[in-house]
Design a protein around this ligand. Sequence first.
Ligand code: NAD
Length: 260
Amino acid sequence: MGWLDGQVAIVTGAASGIGKTAAETFVAEGARVLLADIDNDGIGALIGQLGHNYADGAVTDIRDESAVQDMVAQAVRRFGRLDIAFNNAGIGGFSPIQNYPLADFERVVGICLTGTFLCIKHEAAAFIAQRRGGSVINIASLNAIQATEGFAAYCSAKAGVAMLTKVAALELGRHGIRVNAIGPGLIHTPATAGMTALPGLEDAFIQEAPIGRAGEPEDVAKLATYLASDDASLMTGQTLYIDGGASLKKYPELFRFFGT
Ligand code: NAD
């Protein structure tokens, strides 16, 4: 018996990092998954690994509303239902505010916040039509509550995801839909490889984390699996920070590490 037997999940940003590991974990727990990403090759490789009976793919830019609508429709058409939405796709960005190019700021907010909104909007519509409830899990960040030098767009977008999670939970609870978020600290993925390669940066993060380590995608995937499952049936509107306790202290001074 798996934790998610018979359930169907959408995973955005499924071709890499946390999304890829979450998709693998959901399938290991008995779910079938629709893998959504802009990375067609990455989706194809993961379908090959998980098997066509358990995984399907949709090339989706979550900033594109009609593509997001198609993604949700494809999950329901292919697997007959939708139970879980893991809205994980996101990107980072670094710049001092006084030099932050508008297009770069809008790209981060457009993917992390507006893209997450579009996913929730169309997933909620599908859940409501099914009349069976559902579980939405958004990926926020430790940076939703911890200000970080150079991360004006990212911190703002992720704080927005945490509040969007609360509003969506407030509105959708009457339909049996739970909406939660996860706020990871520093997790080893391709997205953070550049940061953790900067001499001393990971050590500086770990010094501010009482548990004394950075995270792995599996740490986040296990929490997502719990939130997706019926064991979390009373849990909604929350952002759970999985960061080794780093949120209790402060983020490393990135201007120093980036030589700004
Ligand atoms: P990653 O770069 O390994 O994976 C992100 C995936 O999202 C990639 O496959 C990418 O192609 C996809 N993607 C990017 N833009 C997209 C778009 N417009 N539409 C659809 N897919 C898109 O990154 P990751 O570290 O696994 O991060 C996943 C999520 O976790 C992000 O939202 C990130 O902000 C968040 N997060 C990561 C960390 C960390 O330390 N790694 C910490 C906190 C939060």
